[in-house]
Design a protein around this ligand. Structure first.
Ligand code: KDG
Ligand code: MG
Length: 402
């Protein structure tokens, strides 16, 4: 089998997605997600100009070799643009291999280790009663794990809380909007939120919270300690992780489990975090971390240190990535939990898929390959629209981590 063509489908069915479609001489094609939120066209151009020409004529079954060719062969390694492009190619090749061998990808990764993939949903409220109501609603829908974000009194807009009546979506069309941030108000408020939540929703449901990189290590340590009575499943991205050593300090002070890495794009971003057991869950996921090939190696390394996966799964990760993550999560032994932020029905129409939610778990379905397709005609009706993630400033105007 040979790769004979590859093309990009850039579309915006309610939000932007970049999808790579690789075609073979046997009529089998594979899909890969190449979406990098707010920087979509950089990856599209990287693939179009520098990668696609090198793929033509190659054996799509030689996944490891193609991966090394794009990683080592480029000389310039790592970085979100490069690694997202490599991921797209890698996932498309796994899709082709599954289809050619008539088997779902989870079988190529060792087969099922479990019956379903535990997922967590997003609850949000502008205040504590709203957050409680939203959590209870998700529990009634069958979710066993819920991430809770809430408006902070005295802070005009908070991460994870919708501005209007539509479901929360991190990217906004147009140029970046500005959010306000106060660490002091946040730190005083969050323990009150989880105290009220535990009182109202009981002890059984898994509760999670995303700090979204906004604290210093010692502030994160304080928050982790304050949240211990409410036994969170995890505290996510408590501090930026460029300095992996920063997590040592947090770890020394609290037993609240820590998840990090949705912005990582290389195993090396997580190396110290894992081998020192400074984190419990790795969030680097397939689309930004170099594909299934790279994540399998990272997850196997993490397994040795009892670190589990907890992959990023926000709406900017397309249904192609969601399917890949579900096959992966079904197969590997050290799977922890998978984020599930449902796409809009329009996105789902553009990407018909076999995966489904059932009583707190998701399954990828048993179709060969990924079990996801793209309706190119429908996609064409929704062209790319410029969109960005917001930025955040402290009350005095200082730009801070969003
Ligand atoms: O592109 C950035 C979003 O995916 C991110 O802000 C969402 O932090 C996020 C999460 O945990 O889903
Ligand atoms: Mg996050």
């Amino acid at each position: 089998m040979k790769i004979v063509a590859a093309k990009l489908i850039v579309c915006s069915p309610d939000r932007n997605f970049v999808t790579l479609k690789i075609e073979t001489d046997e009529g089998i094609y594979g899909l890969g997600d190449a979406t990098l939120n707010g920087r979509e066209l950089a990856v599209a151009s990287y693939l179009e100009e520098h990668v696609i020409p090198c793929l033509i004529g190659r054996d799509p079954f030689a996944i490891e070799d193609v991966w090394q060719y794009l990683y080592r062969g480029a000389y310039w390694r790592r970085g979100p643009v490069t690694m997202t492009a490599i991921s797209a190619v890698d996932v498309a090749l796994w899709d082709i291999k599954g289809k050619a061998l008539h088997t779902p990808i989870y079988n190529l990764l060792g087969g099922k280790s479990r019956q379903g993939v535990l997922v967590y949903a997003h609850a949000n409220g502008s205040d504590i009663p709203g957050a409680i109501e939203s959590t209870k609603k998700l529990m009634a829908e069958g979710y066993l794990a819920v991430r809770v974000q809430c408006g902070v009194p005295g802070v005009a807009s908070s991460y994870g809380v919708p501005k209007g009546s539509k479901p929360y979506e991190p990217a906004e069309r147009g140029l970046p909007s500005e959010n306000v941030w106060s660490t002091e108000r946040y730190l005083n408020f969050v323990p009150q939120l989880f105290e009220a939540l535990r009182r109202e929703v009981g002890e059984d449901v898994h509760l999670l919270h995303d700090v979204h990189h906004r604290l210093t290590p010692i502030e994160a340590a304080r928050l982790g300690k304050a949240l211990e009575p409410y036994h969170l499943y995890w505290m996510e991205d408590p501090t930026p992780a460029e300095d992996q050593d920063a997590f040592r300090l947090i770890r020394q002070h609290t037993v609240t489990p820590i998840a990090t890495g949705e912005v990582f794009n290389s195993f090396w971003d997580a190396h110290d975090l894992i081998r020192n057991q400074w984190v419990d869950y790795l969030r680097m996921t397939i689309v930004h971390g170099g594909g299934i090939t790279a994540l399998k190696k990272a997850a196997d390394f993490a397994a040795v240190y009892q670190v589990k996966t907890g992959f990023h799964g926000a709406t900017d990760l397309s249904p192609v990535t969601m399917a890949a993550a579900l096959h992966f999560g079904l197969a590997i032994h050290n799977f922890g939990i998978q984020e599930h932020m449902p796409h809009t029905s329009l996105t789902d129409q553009v990407f018909p898929h076999a995966y489904r939610f059932d009583a707190g778990y998701m399954v990828p379905g048993d179709e060969p390959g990924l079990g996801v397709d793209i309706d190119e005609r429908l996609a064409q009706k929704y062209p790319y629209q410029r969109a960005y993630l917001p930025i955040a400033r402290k009350l005095d105007g200082t730009l801070t981590d969003w």
